[in-house]
Write a protein that binds this ligand. Structure first.
Ligand SMILES: Nc1nc2c(ncn2[C@@H]2O[C@H](COP(=O)(O)OP(=O)(O)O)[C@@H](O)[C@H]2O)c(=O)[nH]1
Ligand SMILES: [Mg+2]
Length: 328
């Protein structure tokens, strides 16, 4: 790495630690777009992470996640908390219409230097939460944010990556979703610490509350032991403010609970996952490099193409080659 690069990254890291907004923005751009510089940046800020309460907000599109987040942030601002918000959009950050809507709703919060809002693409990840998103959370944490809210679109079982990083997970639903309740049964149900039935001002929110309570009840019967934290179901409306204050206090209560019981274990599990991911990423990259660029490994590829050897045998040979060279 060039001397200039090192200086550049160090300057940004210092800015992040001061809570400087422009440095935070640049740092997040680095973890998004400059994989070469990201490890150095993270190494500089990592010692200052681990202070923030990370709140994941997931659920189907249109259930009111962004609107609710704006409300939560406003209340926490009144409590003097510094807030970071990351909206992970599964579509391109430049074309998503949803993003524009988010911007407008978040507008009243912007202009407050203690609320940092950023949209990120979820590209390159299987579970809807990429390495870049995890690093962005670290950046906001090191920048002194007290609460970091991460909005993801929960479209099914595959997108539960949020549990790996959030202390508290909210699943936001609303009346009129119909089949969406079904998708709860399909797996997302296990991830919620708090279920929010939003839009209580329209339609039949009570019925949705009942339905969720039934699903939770049934699910708990299959569990070998009852989880110590029984998931809450809270009815809210962004229009009338019903339940919003209660939601805020319940989120805080959940965090206090985690801190009092399993935070050590949570942090440990989170780091294990992260290490496995980073190692996997490096190994995959190196494997791709060797197979396409290295003459010996390329020859193995050719043999597979000729059906001379099978993919398992070939992979073992290439892995042995990787270990021998120890270049990753
Ligand atoms: N009536 C009503 N509409 C809401 C409520 N919360 C959000 N909305 C509306 O629902 C739509 C989707 O909200 P949004 O926050 O973008 O949902 P997201 O896709 O889950 O982030 C917007 O038109 C909001 O104005 C609510 O509590 N009541
Ligand atoms: Mg949204």
């Amino acid at each position: 790495m060039a001397e200039g690069d090192i200086e550049f990254v160090e300057r940004i890291a210092e800015g992040v630690l001061r809570g400087d907004v422009r440095s935070i923005a640049r740092a997040i751009s680095i973890v998004e777009n400059e994989p070469r510089l990201a490890p150095l940046l993270i190494s500089k800020i990592f010692p200052y992470t681990g202070r923030a309460h990370i709140v994941g907000v997931t659920g189907p599109p249109g259930s009111g996640k962004s609107s609710l987040i704006a409300k939560l942030a406003k209340i926490w601002r009144k409590d003097g908390k510094k807030i970071g918000i990351i909206a992970v959009d599964p579509t391109s950050p430049f074309t998503g219409g949803a993003l524009l809507g988010d911007r407008i709703r978040m507008q009243e919060l912007t202009g407050d230097k203690d609320v940092y809002i950023r949209s990120m693409a979820s590209r390159g990840s299987l579970d809807g939460l990429s390495r870049a998103t995890r690093d962005a959370i670290k950046i906001l944490d090191a920048a002194g944010k007290d609460i970091i809210i991460v909005e993801t679109v929960g479209a099914g079982q595959a997108e539960v990556g949020i549990v790996k990083v959030a202390h508290t997970v909210l699943v936001v639903l609303c009346p009129g979703l119909g089949d969406e309740i079904q998708f709860l049964k399909a797996g997302i149900m296990e991830i919620g610490d708090i279920f929010v039935v939003n839009k209580a001002d329209i339609g039949d929110a009570d019925r949705v509350v009942l339905e969720i309570e039934n699903i939770l009840e049934m699910a708990s019967e299959f569990l070998p032991q009852k989880p110590a934290w029984a998931p809450l179901v809270i009815k809210t409306s962004v229009i009338t403010n019903e339940g919003i204050e209660k939601l805020v206090r319940s989120i805080e209560e959940h965090y206090a609970y985690i801190r009092g019981t399993s935070e050590g274990e949570f942090v440990r599990d989170k780091i294990i996952e992260e290490l496995v991911d980073i190692i996997g990423e490096n190994v995959r990259e190196y494997a791709r490099h060797l197979i396409t660029k290295d003459s010996m490994c390329n020859e193995i590829l050719e043999r597979v193409l000729k059906k001379d050897i099978d993919p398992y045998t070939a992979a073992r040979k290439i892995l042995a080659e990787m270990l021998k060279r120890r270049e990753f």
